[in-house]
Design a protein around this ligand. Structure first.
Ligand SMILES: NC(=O)c1ccc[n+]([C@@H]2O[C@H](COP(=O)([O-])OP(=O)(O)OC[C@H]3O[C@@H](n4cnc5c(N)ncnc54)[C@H](O)[C@@H]3O)[C@@H](O)[C@H]2O)c1
Ligand SMILES: [Zn+2]
Ligand SMILES: [Zn+2]
Length: 410
């Protein structure tokens, strides 16, 4: 079968870039050889999404250790990439079932309020990208999103940029294609990130700032609006994303000047980690000198985190979501403490709550979430969906440069 991979035998991590289209063996279920196959499914992948993580792998700036170490541990030489996807079950093990919630009952432990959802060939599903162990301290306490032993699809476990993929059945979410269009089926995973971030503090009536209007920042705009945020301010350097945010109804979009032009301007003394004063001054002006109630850092840059800290009112909340390897400097620590800010780090999706909420939001046509994602963020599929067989490095790079979100059709 065809798959997009990183292959250690085709040049090292540092000396290569991009993904490689290869013919690789199709996964099979063989319970006699591997009894754990009893709890697994094989999906025929239909659509797979590209996100910031994949761009990081493409440019070899993220996930080096996790990819190289896990390939070695499995005795392999390549990793099939891709963690956001949607497909159809074509084979399943003798015990394969998806773990999904039964009606919630107060005072019942996490493991007891689960029901088992039977799976069968022909079901459409999307996987949670974190393969959790269901055994560690956190998993047993209903905090699976911070599992000690997790593997991540497309990084430390083979992923979905392939015709077929073998997965543990407990991570797949049944998806009703009468309600969720297949292209967006592949978008439940990153949309869930925004749902999780937005669930950290109540947003009703609040003034909110989103730093970074990439796909997940734009999803967050839709979720925060649905939750009744009163004013939403966005900060973003890319004019294409600013335009999308305006079409999605953002109240204020502040274009971030590039660092180069900022250096020429009023920020002569700014270093790479310090906040952008013109941005935070503008937010103070919009909020009558108060600052926003809640800031979301959705870009993964040090200066952006400090922008979030400097734009938030005393006693407000900062949600840290963007990822970058290495150290961040927290500017003016004394100010941070004196203002009594609360910082929340958000990873992945809460299991199962975030998936339930995501599917509920997608299924409700009144909120126009699917319509907005398809029409605005996916440009109605025009130049944003590439069939796998047409993949070339050049074509893919062009599409990634032009569109914040693209899909592979398999
Ligand atoms: N915490 C998690 O579980 C989790 C999961 C997925 C992705 N992420 C991270 O979240 C971030 C957003 O994900 P995405 O897929 O939307 O990524 P993305 O890279 O597509 O989007 C980031 C956006 O931030 C903008 N940006 C760059 N510098 C900025 C700055 N200084 N201030 C404001 N905006 C700036 C970019 O132009 C881009 O539009 C990334 O850092 C990604 O690695 C975190
Ligand atoms: Zn992703
Ligand atoms: Zn665990």
């Amino acid at each position: 079968m065809k798959a997009l991979v990183f292959d250690v035998t085709k040049g090292g991590w540092e000396s290569t870039r991009g993904f490689e289209l290869q013919n690789v063996p199709e996964p099979v279920l063989n319970e006699k050889k591997d009894p754990t196959d009893a709890d697994k499914v094989i999906l025929k992948v239909h659509y797979a999404g590209i996100c910031g993580t994949d761009r990081g792998i493409w440019n070899r700036v993220a996930f080096k250790d996790q990819i190289l170490r896990s390939i070695k541990a499995e005795g392999k030489t390549r990793r099939i990439l891709g963690h956001e996807f949607f497909g159809e079950i074509v084979a399943l093990g003798s015990k394969a079932s998806s773990v999904a919630p039964s009606p919630l009952r107060k005072g019942v432990s996490d493991s007891h309020r689960r029901g088992i959802v039977p799976l069968k060939v022909g079901n459409f599903v999307a996987p949670e990208s974190h393969v959790v162990c269901n055994k560690c301290f956190q998993c047993l306490r209903g905090e699976k999103h911070v599992c000690t032993n997790e593997k991540i699809l497309g990084i430390s476990h083979d992923g979905g940029f392939a015709e077929f993929v073998k997965l543990p059945a407990h991570i797949v979410w049944k998806t009703d294609t009468k309600v969720i269009r297949p292209e967006l089926g592949a978008m439940q995973e990153p949309f869930g990130n925004a749902v999780h971030a937005a669930s950290k503090v109540p947003l009703k009536g609040k003034t909110v700032a989103i730093f970074g209007l990439g796909p997940i920042g734009l999803f967050l705009l839709l979720v925060a609006r649905g939750q009744g945020a009163k004013h939403i301010i966005g900060v973003e350097p890319n004019p294409v994303s600013i335009e999308m945010a305006k079409r999605l109804g953002i109240d204020y979009a502040i274009p971030l000047r590039s660092q180069a032009s900022a250096r020429r301007g009023s920020l002569a003394s700014a270093t790479s980690y310090t906040h952008n004063r013109e941005v935070t001054d503008e937010i103070m002006r919009i909020t009558n000198g108060l600052g926003v109630d809640v800031s979301f850092e959705m870009a993964g840059f040090n200066s952006s985190l400090n922008n979030a800290l400097f734009a938030t009112r005393r006693g407000g909340d900062v949600i840290a979501f963007g990822i970058k390897t290495g150290d961040f400097v927290l500017e003016d620590y004394n100010r941070f403490i004196v203002r009594g800010l609360t910082v929340h780090a958000v990873i992945g999706r809460r299991l199962p709550e975030t998936w339930e909420m995501t599917q509920k939001l997608f299924a409700d046509p009144k909120n126009k979430i699917q319509e907005n994602i398809w029409n605005v963020i996916l440009n109605q599929g025009q130049d944003t969906i590439l069939p796998l067989r047409e993949y070339t490095r050049e074509r893919f790079e062009q599409m990634m440069a032009k569109h914040p979100k693209i899909l592979i059709e398999i």
